[in-house]
Write a protein that binds this ligand. Sequence first.
Ligand code: ZN
Length: 435
Amino acid sequence: METTAAEEVTGICRDLLRIDTTNTGDQSTTVGERVAAEYVAAKLDEAGIAYEMHESAPRRANLVARIPGADRSRGALLVHGHLDVVPADPREWSVDPFSGEEKDGYLWGRGAIDMKDFDAMILAVVREWSRTGYVPPRDVVLAFTADEEAGMTYGSEFLVRKHRDLLDGCTEAIGEVGGYSYTVNDDLRLYLVQTAEKGLDWLRLHATGRPGHGSFIHDDNAVTALAEAVARVGRHRFPVVVTPTVREFLRRVGDALGIDIDPDDPEVAVAKLGPIANLIGATIRNTANPTRLEAGYKDNVIPGRASATIDCRTLPGQDQAFLAELRDVIGPDVEIEHNHRQPAVETEFGGPLVEAMGAALRAEDPGARTIPYLMSGGTDAKAFATLGIRCFGFAPLRLPPDLNFAALFHGIDERVPVEGLKFGVRVLDRLLRTS
Ligand SMILES: [Zn+2]
């Protein structure tokens, strides 16, 4: 008997978890992505699916494949997953984070939900297609990327910059982070589909002053000026702004939970939402968090310059307003340098693909209801959206009601329910066949 995608997915996910693809953000210690890409290549080779592999730097491999659809005049659907993971400290874990151990109904390991689970689902589905000779309705483009976890420069941004032709004709994309369930009761599960992501702006503040000896009276100290600006930024609360996605999210959540939510007073609403509150707390305002400080080289020398890093996250459409407000908070004497900037993205929760997501979920879970949401973090979608592609977070997983899913992202004892993986494969297969 032929193997099915649902039978195969667990094994593929386990294999991927055993490949240590830790992305340290440092070229010399980020080495596993190539091994994982070669594994993916071998799985595609077995299925006779052609692909191209491109390194953005030594061992930083990205892989793209195109499966021709029945109607080649239609826009293609991009299905993407990153192969890298964030570091894991084995001393903190109850299993070896790179063992791919299966216990208590879960596969354990760094990357189990972020996002080797979806990588495995993609591979399992397309391998079944080629075993059975199935042709999808339109072109499906697969992208397996490096470097999602440290800025995307060597992954999706590299593909968009240097190999745009491989993504030709893609009109929509699905990837992380969405499609997972939040249980309201036995008969109702909300599946959160990501339709928007906050923008990212890692900026550096530089204060300058007069250098001098630490033993004198000194009234032009760069460290003091910087510290004052940093403290003001850290304590500043940006105003609440309700974007279209959040408005729609609140409307649908209120409806599902049977509670009254005033979308214009979302702070009250968030307080009523229990566990989902974590997900949206940061999606109703811009944020700016100081993360690094740098100044001085000797205990008794006042340096002429002091710098700080601020991690800023901006709502769709809020770039200019945010910067103007930040400038006010910082004051005129501290210089702002933009280090790494990715604008927010947002697409509408509507159209045939969105309908097909809902239908695919309901076919496998009659209690499923989809809702759009804005994510405060960022994904490869940011890079792909620059090509005009409508990006969705939809890596389907049915989760046990008591699992704190959000805490597992980059968390200790990251794990994915085996049944959830199989569910995900069935939903993904249905979606791709009907979109
Ligand atoms: Zn991820």
